[in-house]
Write a protein that binds this ligand. Structure first.
Ligand code: FE2
Ligand code: FE2
Length: 189
């Protein structure tokens, strides 16, 4: 499933979920998301770690852009990016492969909302692939003392800049569906 460029709900352009997917959050709004079931709390914790990880990489790039050392950027960003890509990919696989199908059964009315979240995963997967390729090219350029290492860093930094808003949008929109659904309908053990 790929996104049509004029899709009003495309991850790159939307500003939140459409109203028809927000009825669960209306019933269980964010300000009541305290004392959540364990799985919902864990979900938010995972999302928090992705936001933190993204902000950390953003900070490394910011320091480098302000005159930081390329070797330092390489030494810190490379392992951070590797772990970020691995964890995010694993997280999406579990969501799309296990939790989303379960949620469709429990709450068929939210099926179109789950479709949207699945499409987000496809869109984000494309950016993960670009991040991986660009991160690898940066690593190889630094390791091989290539003259274009700075340029490789710039390209990677631009890709990370572009990917961040997509990921952050998805995390928030997913929470608006998943957290109230778990609270209100429950998940089978
Ligand atoms: Fe997701
Ligand atoms: Fe998620």
């Amino acid at each position: 499933m790929s996104e049509a460029p004029n899709d009003a709900l495309a991850l790159a352009t939307r500003h939140g979920l459409p109203l028809e997917f927000l009825y669960l959050r209306e019933e269980y709004p964010r300000d009541r998301w305290t004392a959540l079931p364990e799985i919902a709390a864990f979900w938010l914790q995972m999302h928090g770690s992705f936001r933190g990880h993204q902000a950390y990489m953003d900070g490394l790039i910011g320091q480098w852009r302000e005159g930081g050392d390329l070797q330092v950027l390489h030494g810190q960003l490379t392992p951070a990016l590797q772990s970020f890509l691995q964890h995010l990919d694993g997280h999406h696989r579990i969501e799309s492969g296990q939790y989303f199908p379960m949620m469709r059964k429990i709450e068929p009315r939210i099926g179109a909302g789950i479709d949207l979240l699945d499409r987000d995963h496809d869109a984000i997967h494309g950016t993960l692939e670009s991040m991986f390729q660009s991160g690898l090219a940066f690593h190889q350029a630094v390791a091989g003392h290539a003259p274009d290492a700075e340029d490789r860093a710039r390209r990677l930094a631009d890709i990370l800049d572009g990917a961040a808003p997509l990921l952050l949008r998805h995390l928030e929109d997913e929470e608006d569906i998943v957290i109230p659904l778990i609270q209100l309908r429950g998940l089978p053990d």
